[in-house]
Design a protein around this ligand. Sequence first.
Ligand SMILES: [Ca+2]
Length: 204
Amino acid sequence: MSNGRGHRWLPLPKGEGWGEGEGTVRTCKPMTLFTNALAISILLSVPLIASATSPRIASITPTGAQRGTEIELRFNGSRLDDAQEIVFYEPGIQVLKMDSAKTNVVKAQIKIAADCPLGEHHLRIRTASGVSELRTFQIGTFPVIKEVEPNNAITNAQAVAANTTVSGSIASEDVDYFAISAKKGQRISAEVEGIRLGLAEIAK
Ligand SMILES: [Ca+2]
């Protein structure tokens, strides 16, 4: 089925699209940060129908971006070498170019419109032999920075500016500390997004 703009629309199966996660820590006054966190998917117990030739997305890096920017997305997975299209289900994200030279990696330059809807965007990779499972990508208002390890103690907490999104991942039993500057009495809001990022898996 086509939407008339050359994009192929695929059905959105309910319950698919869970996996790793990110997190957001938000501060009300001028500080907000956003960090990846491992999340647990209850859908791992739901049988997914996929053939041995279907492409698979194991991770997307980064898992979110600021609207009005251009970034490179890296997809890791399997059977991705014959990728032909990244299908975004919601408007506002344009794929400028795509490189799928490696079997397990697809790189894509994407442009996010200044008025791109915020929040969760759904996507799949379509290859010559099939379509991947549904994944999600987050669009936010704040600039995104990477988590920098080691940050496992207060003494080496990563400094984060106000109104910033931090993107990272939590391996088994990882701890992340972030440092922000605030005045006494200042109210701080933080939000962590894990399972909502759609790629969480139970730690093995
Ligand atoms: Ca850490």
